[in-house]
Design a binder for this molecule. Structure first.
Ligand SMILES: Cc1cc2nc3c(=O)[nH]c(=O)nc-3n(C[C@H](O)[C@H](O)[C@H](O)COP(=O)(O)OP(=O)(O)OC[C@H]3O[C@@H](n4cnc5c(N)ncnc54)[C@H](O)[C@@H]3O)c2cc1C
Length: 404
């Protein structure tokens, strides 16, 4: 490595972002700079892994998906409060980590209810309403079923094509805005969730046989993975490896070989199939909790909490994803996530770009339609500012990464 490249690499290292703070941290380097810095920095002693790049030409690109993470500044709201005659248990605002945290958060919030004086007085056959049909609502319902509640109604404005179906599926506690005091709690909740998904992946979970798999998961460094608190508890230490794409491009990465990919669309169906006979499902938008008469209400409304709970800390974080099709699935059994620096969209919004690829498969698509490429983080963007040019930037960055 010449002196100039070494200096750039050092500069790059100092700009690396912890994904936990990723959405909020400004940096000044460019994507082009990243590639200059990280290409061909292979240390000879590292294990070399050969990866055949995915097919990224237009013919191999499927649905372009625009969706919104429900971020709550400060931390997700996992708390209980009494409003009138109802006990309200909040479970929303998990940003880019809703899938990672949902099983653990459902346990945590249900524990808050059952430990409270009001909650203890509510019998297991009393009417319980879960508002929200996304991953938080479904895992909360699952937790209630497991604890013996028998009169549960899940109410949602929509049960289809939610952010929860669209999400990528990386298990990592990242893309959140956490008060540092709460980080140990978030880490413990994530560790609990890891155990749950690992059981599905290894075929030892009693209720779900598919929806999660163990795959090598590659990051730029340990810090940006968000997974270091899991190491030694539920995960093995990461290793430094060289990825060789067989086209002259190599990248030095860190791998967690026991990373977990959650196939979110499949897992949503698994949850629905399990819960349909055990709870009532009603399509309805609520404007206030007292629209229902049950004494216990779980608020799992994601971005809807800005309205129904009047929570000004809840903001959308726009994301762009592209489904891949006609791939060779055996070549895509891994996940990669790298971050780039902050930029501006063409309408002047702040955008944090990343490149990630996961082996996602949508139900009802061909067996070779495997893979999703993402993604962007544009806080405050909404359907009026779709930033559609980001889809092309996404593909260009993916091709650059693989040296295509
Ligand atoms: C591009 C992208 C990639 C992501 N990748 C990952 C990832 O790799 N790993 C990860 O862990 N997470 C990921 N996430 C984050 C994850 O998808 C979300 O945190 C999670 O889906 C939020 O689930 P939810 O149930 O809170 O919200 P939603 O799925 O949005 O569900 C909210 C539910 O509440 C209902 N609702 C809202 N308001 C009302 C109301 N007033 N009355 C009735 N119903 C109401 C809605 O209809 C809906 O049913 C990603 C998100 C995006 C956008």
């Amino acid at each position: 490595m010449d002196e100039k490249t070494l200096k750039q690499k050092d500069n790059f290292a100092s700009l690396k972002l912890n994904r936990r703070k990723f959405i909020f941290t400004a940096a000044a380097s460019s994507v082009a700079f990243y590639y200059t810095a990280c290409k061909k920095t292979t240390a000879k002693s590292l294990e070399v892994r050969k990866i055949t790049p995915p097919r990224l030409d237009t013919a191999y690109l499927g649905e372009k998906v625009l969706c919104y993470r429900p971020l709550r500044h400060g931390a997700p709201n996992m708390s209980i409060e009494t409003i009138g005659t109802q006990l309200i248990a909040h479970n929303y605002g998990h940003g880019g980590s809703g899938w990672t945290l949902a099983p653990g958060c459902a346990k945590y919030v249900t524990d808050l209810v059952t430990a409270s004086t009001t909650g203890k007085a509510i019998p297991k056959d009393a009417a319980v309403t879960v508002v929200g049909g996304g991953v938080l609502g479904l895992f909360t319902t699952y937790e209630l079923v497991k604890r013996g509640y028998t009169n549960i109604t899940v109410i949602a404005e929509s049960f289809d094509k939610l952010t929860s179906h669209n999400a990528g599926g990386l298990l990592a506690p990242v893309s959140m805005s956490n008060n540092p005091d709460l980080q140990p709690l978030i880490d413990q909740i994530g560790i609990d969730a890891y155990k749950f998904y690992a059981e599905i992946a290894t075929g030892t979970q009693a209720d779900f046989s598919k929806g999660a798999v163990v795959v090598p998961t590659y990051f730029e460094d340990r810090e940006s993975s968000g997974l270091e608190p899991y190491v030694g508890k539920v995960m093995q230490p990461a290793k430094d490896v060289t990825l060789d794409f067989g086209n002259g491009t190599q990248r030095t990465m860190v791998t967690y070989d026991d990373g977990i990919f959650i196939d979110t669309a499949i897992m949503m169906k698994s949850l629905h199939d399990y819960l349909e006979p055990k709870a009532k499902f009603v399509t309805q938008k609520l404007t206030k909790f007292s629209d229902v008469s049950s004494p216990l209400v779980f608020n799992c409304t994601g971005l809807g909490a800005a309205g129904i709970n009047n929570d000004v800390e809840v903001v959308p974080v726009q994301g762009h994803l592209i489904m891949l099709r006609d791939q060779i699935p055996a070549n895509l059994q891994y996940m990669i996530l790298v971050y780039f620096a902050k930029g501006k969209t063409t309408v002047g919004q702040d955008v944090k770009r990343s490149f990630y690829i996961f082996p996602k498969h949508l139900l009802g698509t061909g067996v070779n339609d495997v893979g999703v490429v993402g993604g962007t983080f544009i806080e405050g963007a909404n359907t009026d500012t779709p930033n559609l040019e980001e889809f092309q930037i996404l593909i260009d960055n993916a091709k650059n990464f693989y040296g295509i």
